[in-house]
Design a binder for this molecule. Sequence first.
Ligand SMILES: *[C@@H]1O[C@H](CO)[C@@H](O)[C@H](O)[C@H]1NC(C)=O
Ligand SMILES: *[C@@H]1O[C@H](CO)[C@@H](O)[C@H](O)[C@H]1NC(C)=O
Length: 547
Amino acid sequence: MSKSPSTLLHQHHLHFLLFILVLFHVPSYRADGGGTWLMLLPNIGISAMHMQLLPNDRVVIFDRTDFGTSNISLPDGKCRPNSDDCSAHSVEYDVAKNTVRPLMVLSNVWCSSGSLMPDGTLVQTGGNDFGGLVVRVYDSCDTCDWVEIPNGLAQPRWYATNHKLPDGRQIVIGGRDTFTYEFFPKTPEANTAVDFPFLVETNDPNMENNLYPFVHLYPDGNLFIFANNRAIFFDYVNNKVVKTFPIIPGDEPRNYPSTGSGVLLPMKIVNGSVDVIEFLVCGGARRSAFFNAFNNVFEKGLDTCGRIVISDPDPQWVMETMPMARVMGDMLLLPNGDVLIINGVSAGVAGWELGRDPVLSPVIYRPNNPIESRFEVQTSATIPRVYHSTAILLRDGRVLVGGSNAHDKYEFSETTLYPTELSLEEFSPFYLDSSVSGLRPVIISPVTGSKFGYGNRIGINFAASDNLDPNSVTVTLLAPSFNTHSYSMNQRLLVLDSDIPTTDPETSNYWVCATMPPSGNIAPLGDYILFVVHKEIPSEGIWIHIE
Ligand SMILES: *[C@@H]1O[C@H](CO)[C@@H](O)[C@H](O)[C@H]1NC(C)=O
Ligand SMILES: *[C@@H]1O[C@H](CO)[C@@H](O)[C@H](O)[C@H]1NC(C)=O
């Protein structure tokens, strides 16, 4: 999404307005970069360690099951089998109603992973102890609950990463002491775990630094996998490393427990292909930070991001400096192509009691701005979101923020450093501000839930109350991701090939024609959120299904 001069001008104008507002009108919660925080629910009964938005606008949330009772009871007086724990460790959040409903998850889902399947069900894998081999399926409805498949995996996986594949399966990669990958569902040809030496090579002795690897499907069908300090292109069909990328400058680790985060920057589809593909990794902790944290010395985290054009024949890292250091920050792609960096701490590493100095200010990274002006510090939160916190984007553009528990059980005492957080908050980026509502497109058709095939040309009818700048309209598709431990699995934002909008003479609304992604390598089958974006301001999204 390149910015036209008029867009930039417009932004300056907008920032100037915000600046004036900050000076003269608005209470202190509005910072330079904007955005507002709101408490949604002060107590959902569990600490949100894992979150996934489902295509019915509900969010399935779960913590772990093995630490004792949570603060929400199971329904109908139920208790866990052979246990006096009658509390729930998973809930379903209804975005529209702002309510939660307790769910029964049986086996231990602690530090697990997951992905939506093409039919919109969540398939979640692994966890701790006897949960390590379990696959759990959640198909949302008013009364639905988890269904568990006891030996669904070939090997136990704790801290693994999942990614949806073009054929509808998901790949499950790694896990603590599990240097292999496997697929779900199993097929007769692919039903065992396959050795993956890259995970051995990137495993720092006694501190790992390569758990929850950053995995992204690349448009040629290979996987881009970043772990610790480096990345590869990986052909998972033939178990072959196809390309090795240079080690990130500074050689510092970026994966758990030196937890940074990473995203593929928005991928612009032109004439059925994506020519420039970039990966961005931000934050993390120095290699020495893990042992130091165990000895109560909390090293400042990394304040650098590395950006690399992975589609370049000779790719090189370009380093950038964030406004502040961050460990355990989440990176979320916003509908307009910006990257939100939120949650985390500025010292220590991931793990119980090992992080210090919460970073309360989110930062927005604008990928298309000149290199020196990409970061914008946002309005600060009041609640620290340290280890085991989460963040996901909702269909209306808000960011749902939850969790934070640095302790091995729930600790609420005021003398506890960073007490367990049971709340859900929202962060609304600047684009939801009422001052820009005139620019915001409103999608009239297609309706939410519409189904399309690869390469379909679709007409999108939308309204906008302020004068439309037809040259500043884009159509984006976002894959809803599974978020845990500062990483969003399956996260991708596609900028669709679209025409310049025209005015509908009968209604004075607008039409924009856009082409659906060309293939499952660019957009695996399933559910996406479609947005029309005008001058950086996204519409509320609609769910669409690629079949
Ligand atoms: C959670 O439950 C415990 C035990 O019943 C109680 O002491 C604590 O105050 C509750 N905390 C919150 C935030 O509800
Ligand atoms: C897309 O394809 C059309 C028709 O082949 C061609 O005219 C146009 O230049 C192409 N655009 C780009 C950006 O490659």
